[in-house]
Ligand binder design. Sequence first.
Ligand SMILES: Cc1cc2nc3c(=O)[nH]c(=O)nc-3n(C[C@H](O)[C@H](O)[C@H](O)COP(=O)(O)OP(=O)(O)OC[C@H]3O[C@@H](n4cnc5c(N)ncnc54)[C@H](O)[C@@H]3O)c2cc1C
Length: 368
Amino acid sequence: MPNVIRSPHDAALAELCGDLADRAERLDASGDWPAEQLKLLADYGVYQWFAGPEWGGQAWDQESILRGYLALSGACLTTTFIQTQRDGACRRIESSANDELKQRLLPGLTSGELFATVGISHLTTSRRHVAKPVLQARRVDGGFRLDGFSPWVTGGDHADYVVLGATLMEGDAATSLQTTGEQLLAAVSSKLPGVSAPPPEKLVGLSASHTGQFKLENVFVADEWLIAGPVENVMSAGTGAGTGGLGTSTLALGLAKAAIDFISAEASKRPELLPPRDGLLREYEELEAALFAAVRQEPTCTNDELRGGANSLVLRAAQASLAAAKGAGFVVGHPAGRWCREALFFLVWSCPQPVVSAHLCELAGILG
Ligand SMILES: Cc1cc2nc3c(=O)[nH]c(=O)nc-3n(C[C@H](O)[C@H](O)[C@H](O)COP(=O)(O)OP(=O)(O)OC[C@H]3O[C@@H](n4cnc5c(N)ncnc54)[C@H](O)[C@@H]3O)c2cc1C
């Protein structure tokens, strides 16, 4: 059994990253769910970083968690991304006022016995332009009936529970329902009648995250499974798995650093690679400093600026590693090609609209 990681400076974290990096190419090629990698996270105590001691956790501070994520994402972005979605679900549950629910789920989630994920983006960044909410809830005796789907749920086909957001509707189900303007969050068991997770999407990268739709057909969810709401804007109550947070930028920076480290290793034999490596590394260090300044509540830029900078760097650093690797980098199985595909993910994952708009202007070569 490996040593439990107690701090981001622990040698055991480097050992875990080595294990994850060794498996990353095979994971990308197979697209299989990373059960072995997630078991490693449990064995090394990674799930304990996020929960309080009353649930068996170590309650790491945010800076330590982000340092951990920075290391993990450079080793295996897919496994680390799945962990962020798991973390988002756990945080929403832990910040809930529903004590019984916490007692029921948090010990198993902290030990790794249970797996939970989130389906909330349809309340923030997905399907915001459609008139009818994609996942609707109706008040019934003792709970709610949920109908519709969550468009993107990572690991939905392996989840014991999915933290789902739904929009409250009122009126006659047979004729027409109207939104009340309120939303709720609930922990929905994947075993409830009417719940299904169709086969996950084949993605440009991170296919092994098994991301796809999560469907609910008139599913009864009892009050005892409620995490928050119904209230207006349920996502701004509580913490965890919001958009534009620092976690997404951290994962982009972790991947960028892996690509820069590759260029550094090549540069030891090819000095012409040193100037581009130095430029990328300088930018990385500035963004890393801005990230931790933000964590310490002494921001040097906005979270959106940080995300935009991290996105821009990861895209360029990944492509620079491919250019440095030359033709070999274009052969499937070389990490540089995988990093290029994975870097594209940051253009779409939980990306706030101003950051998307800034990227589009940058790509079009016009000022935003
Ligand atoms: C690999 C992956 C994993 C993810 N995992 C999770 C997860 O675990 N949990 C979670 O909650 N979310 C998750 N997400 C969702 C993610 O955070 C974003 O919400 C999502 O990528 C937004 O993309 P969308 O296609 O749903 O956006 P949408 O805005 O819904 O766009 C969909 C389509 O609608 C059209 N469209 C968009 N805007 C307009 C408009 N204004 N007018 C007319 N047409 C329009 C476009 O044709 C577009 O292609 C994941 C996403 C990905 C890609």
